[in-house]
Design a protein around this ligand. Sequence first.
Ligand code: UD1
Length: 346
Amino acid sequence: MKKMILVTGGTGYIGSHTSVELINEGFEVLIADNLSNSDISVLDGIEKITGTRPLFEKTDLSDAIQTQKLFEKYPGISAIIHFAAYKAVGESVSIPLKYYYNNLNSLMLLLKNMEEKGIQNLVFSSSCTVYGEPDTLPVTESSAIKPASSPYGNTKQVCEEILRDTSAANDNLKIISLRYFNPIGAHPSALIGELPLGIPNNLVPFITQTAIGLREELKVFGVDYNTPDGSAIRDYINVVDLSKAHVTAIKRLLENKNRKKLETFNLGTGNGFSVLEVIKAFEKASGEKLKYKIVGRREGDVEKVYADTQLANTELGWKAGTGLEETLLSAWKWEKQLRKNKNQAK
Ligand code: UD1
């Protein structure tokens, strides 16, 4: 019997790639998503890659009745990976309640239903945003949690606190919280990838959209940081590598290999690249010249952050393997495929 994994937000960017890896590893995937920031056609991509169409329920997980119905319909869930959340930093500043309501309620309702149904295993999608501007680099899992610079970031911090307290009070729950650095790239098949709605906030979708001609030019937000070339440094992690870490985490929980009731791992490469280095790597990988302009810093950005990956490497047994250029090339392939599909649909 295949073990059923509930993937909330499974039609989203990281959720869809993780669903592929779970299916490839022999799990049955049940996706619950409200499609607020994703498209149902993602299921076709997952099916084309794996030969299996995941189960799908359109569910708003911040709604108590819908969530309860989901758990009643699927009594066989073995573990949950919780991706479903709003993630636009800027929007969270202007509409904070939307973020607090959705991101906190959905986690609390999942935990409540897990307790009621005796589901023990949860993998939570957290972020390196919890470290803010770190005092020392690379950041380890025990580095200080800094005051959040946005309501979005705060929802990740509060969710981690909810997990901490719920885990302390419940001996049956096993939780792994994964703090992602900057996920980029797409599945090498170019059948799934990131689908930003409107103007992208994140660097790599903005780069690929500029290269394909959808955007006039990329704005580099600041070259006056204390870094070798002055632009800000991040740890860019390949989305397929990142997705595989979720499968590893799920297996760790299902096989009772976790050492604590609540474990936290950084998911990054351990290497920091500056914005200007990413641009150069993209140009080299794609053979395209990118139009860009240097502008002032973006509010709320940190100067540099990259992961200490030792705990994930040794304890979780996971390591990111794909290089930056290969990852950027996958993002570029996806962007070209996406535009081809859109033009055909016209
Ligand atoms: C952002 C979020 C972070 C979230 C992560 C998830 C902020 C402040 N932080 O991280 O909380 O977990 O996304 O995806 O938004 N850049 C440009 N020009 C652009 C876009 C970005 O120069 O058009 C630069 C940024 O200034 C930054 C780097 O590229 O130095 C990466 O930016 P981005 O992809 O938005 O990620 P983060 O800001 O690191």
